[in-house]
Structures are given as structure tokens and as C-alpha cells.
Design a protein around this ligand. Sequence first.
Ligand SMILES: Nc1ncnc2c1ncn2[C@@H]1O[C@H](COP(=O)(O)OP(=O)(O)OP(=O)(O)O)[C@@H](O)[C@H]1O
Ligand SMILES: [Mg+2]
Length: 519
Amino acid sequence: MHSLPKDRTLFDAIPDPAYRLDRRGTILDLNAAARAEPALEAIACDLADALQQVMAQRAPVTIERRAAENGRETDHEVRLTALPDEEILVLIRDITERKQTETALRESDAQFRVLANNITDAFWIRSPDMKVVRYVSPAFERIWGRPAKTLYGGPHKWVDYIVPEDREHVVRTFSALTQDARSLDVEYRIERPDGEQRWIRVRGFQVRDSEDKLVCHTGIVTDTTERKLAQAELDAAHKQLIEASRRAGMAEVATNVLHNVGNILNSVTVSAGLVRGMLGASRAQGLRLAVQMLNEHADDLGDFLTRDEKGQMLPGYLRDIAQALLQEQHDMGEELGHLSRSIDHIREVVTTQQSYAGRAGVVAPARISDLVEDALRMNAEALARDRVAVVRDIGAVPRARLDRSRVLQVLVNLIGNARDALQGVPSEARRITVSAHVTGGSRLRVSVKDEGEGISEDIRTRLFAHGFTTRKHGHGFGLNSCAQAASEMGGTLSVHSDGPGRGAIFTLELPFEPVEPTP
Ligand SMILES: Nc1ncnc2c1ncn2[C@@H]1O[C@H](COP(=O)(O)OP(=O)(O)OP(=O)(O)O)[C@@H](O)[C@H]1O
Ligand SMILES: [Mg+2]
């Protein structure tokens, strides 16, 4: 037996269980680690084949064995080395963990393949310099309509498949990935062999090891064609909606115009009726009879006027008629004056409307006070009918570049809403304040304040949503179109209310670009 004290120390220092066997497999000695794990002796005692092999080839032999200990299975690597004197050194190492890792790796590799074969996204792995394609998943063929081997064979081929307009940009983005960019995200078009174009989005990443060394590049490719098409449809629908809201907002203006004209036409009808009535009842008829009588007595006019009973009354009668006709003339003049003022009013309303119609987006010098007056005029009939008092608080605002049509649209709607909010308020307390000021020298702030029903917190958050209304005959388009118009003018529309019953104030804020110096 080799039992020199020096060997012994060495033998015990081996961290794995170690055994010294003779060529028949009898254990001659075992180290400290082996003594600590008696269950492993069963392995050491059952190595007949391996012993023969190691004796025959005189080179180390490694085999694997499984042992069961307390119901738990463990894997071991058994290494046999021939020693002098026909003895064999057996080292047993626990490799359970490594085995498990290998199994897990095998499973995850299988999962990876299942994933790669089935997900609709394609992905690739390329060498750090991008020149070698290491892997392309099967989805490549589905998206590009070309076999994956075209890429393995020609790593630069993918550039040819990009539509020419997108090529330069894409190549530049990819070359950044090999330099300082750690990732990329780019969307572009590719062309399939049949000429069909598809949109794809590629997200590429640098893959680095624990020492931050670049190992490879990988990329995920998503076919975004359907999404792009849906997006385009959505954009078109959105545009239509905006246009519809804008029209709805302008419809409010048009409705107001018609309403005003309708009311004025009422008074035109009344005046015309009165004039017709006056003509029907005119005393001019009596004058015709008197003239007829004078004609009949043309030969003895003197006698007739002095002696005849009717003749004697005729001068007085004529005087009365003259007076009545004067009165009639005056009344009709009044009524016709009224009529022509009403017609002027209609012309004014129509002209105002025409000066705005279909001109949204035209920015021209205008005075905000004029726009406020126009908006009030368009609501004038309704405000008067509801006995709403209007207070103007217009600062000295110089002429400025404004989109008159849009500003008017917003004001008409806000004034209309304020009037609606005052319905429940006693008529003597119905009041709207319209103000316009320049703030901070660069913003124009126009607001419409009412002392009406006010707005609860819950409603305030929904006011500007398309279709939100609490009015019986409302559409809920007004504020939505106003907010839209405000943002199209580069401004904002905001609301403040201290709560139900405490009124509301809507404020339109616009960039202020004066065309004349501030007074
Ligand atoms: N000044 C205000 N005071 C209180 N509530 C208001 C005021 N202005 C608007 N609202 C609320 O906001 C809602 C939406 O207003 P919006 O102008 O968008 O629609 P609407 O007036 O109901 O209908 P329309 O489309 O005919 O204008 C109103 O129904 C009302 O509840
Ligand atoms: Mg409204």
C-alpha cells in the first residue's frame, strides 16, 4: 500500500471523493471526501468494465453514473486513471447541476426552434461586423417571399430588397449599429419578387458578453404592412371627423344667421302687412267721391257749394281728407322706414356671414373688437329674446393677424352656450361678459363669461369630447369644434367654473401678432 504520509496528505486534499482500487476493483484506500459520502462507494465498487478498459489502454477513462441517495437522484462523472503497480485512481465528481443545465439548455433550444418556426416575426443573428449571417428564422421567407438561403449565401443581398427610396436611410441606420449605437429601430419598405411592397419594422440590438465584448448582432423583424394600411385608414377617418366637426361648428354660425334673418323677416312681414292695411283703408277713396261730385256740378259749382246741402259740407270734408291723408302719409313713411331698416339689417347679417363663409384658415389683419361685435350680432336676436344683458370688457387691442372665420366660429358657439346656461336664471340676472385683452404682450385672451348654471367637476372633464351634451337639443359638437379650431390657430381653449350654480368662463388664448403698434 502507498501510505507515505506525504501521499496521504495529498490524497486527502483532493476535494472530490477519491479511491485507490486494485485491478479487480477492491478498494485499497479512500480519501476524506469519499469517507464523507459513503453512498458513493456503491459506484466505486461497480466499475469492472471501466477498470478493464483503463488497464488495457493505459489512458484515463471517463464514464458517467447515476446514484440515488435519500430518494434524490444524483449524476456523477467517474474518472479512472492507471497508477503504477496495477493500481487505479478513481475520482468521482458530482455533475448533477451541470446535467440539469444541459437538459434545460436542450429544452430551451427546442423551445427556441418551435418559437422561431411559429412566430410571425422574423429574426436574425449576424456577426459583430455584420458580414456573416449566422441565423435567419423561417419567417424571413414569409415576409420577403424569398428563401432564407439567399441571405446565408449573400449577406449583403438584403440591401437589394429594400425599395430604392428607403435604401440609403436604412443602410446608414444599420451601419450606426456596428459603431456606437447599441440598438436601432427603423421602419422601411421591402420589395418581394412579385413586385409587391411590404412595410417592415426592424429592431436591432448589439449582443455583448459579461465583459462587454460585442458577440453578435440580432434583429427582430415585424411585418407592419397591415398596421400601416389601417393607420392610413384611421388618419383618413380622423381627417373626415375633424372636417365634420368643423362643419358642425360652422353650422352653428349658419344656424344663427338663419335665425337672425328669420326674426328680421318676421318684422318685415308685419310692417308690409301694416302698409297694405293702411292702403286698403285709405281716405283717398273719399277724395275720389268728392272729386266725382265736383265734376258732376262743374257748370253750377258756385250754386252747388253755397246752396246745396251736400255742396256746403264739401270744403270741410276735403279739409278732413287732406288732414287724414297727411297722417296716413306719415304713418306709412314710418312703417316703410322700419321696413327698409329691417332689409338693411338682413343685408348686414348676410354680408357679415358671407365675409366669413368658407374662409377658415385665412389669416388676415383684423380687430378683435369687430369680431366680438359680429359674434354678438349673430346671436343678437336670441340674446334679446332671452333678455340677456351683454357686458363688453374689450381692452385696447391693436389690429392683429387673425383667422377671422375660426375666431368667429368659437365666439358664436361660446356665446350660444352661455345663453343656454342662463336659461334657468331669472331674466333680470341674465348676463354675459365678453372680454378681450393682450396678456404678457404675446397672447391674445378672449373670454366669454356667464353667471349661469355652472359646471360640475365630473362634466368639466368631458366638455370637449365630441358628442358630449347635456342639452335636450344639443349635439355636443360645439366645444369640440371650438377646441379644434383653437389648436389649429396655435392656441388653446380652456374652461373654468367654481362649480354648479356659479357660472362659467371659457377662454380662448391665441398667439398675438399685431400689425400696428399697441396704443
Ligand atoms: N357656459 C356653459 N355653462 C355650463 N355648461 C356648459 C357651458 N358651455 C357648455 N356647457 C356644457 O358643455 C356641453 C357641451 O357643449 P357643446 O357646445 O359642445 O354642445 P351643446 O351646446 O350641448 O350642443 P351643440 O353641438 O349644439 O353646441 C353642453 O351640453 C353643456 O353641458
Ligand atoms: Mg353648444
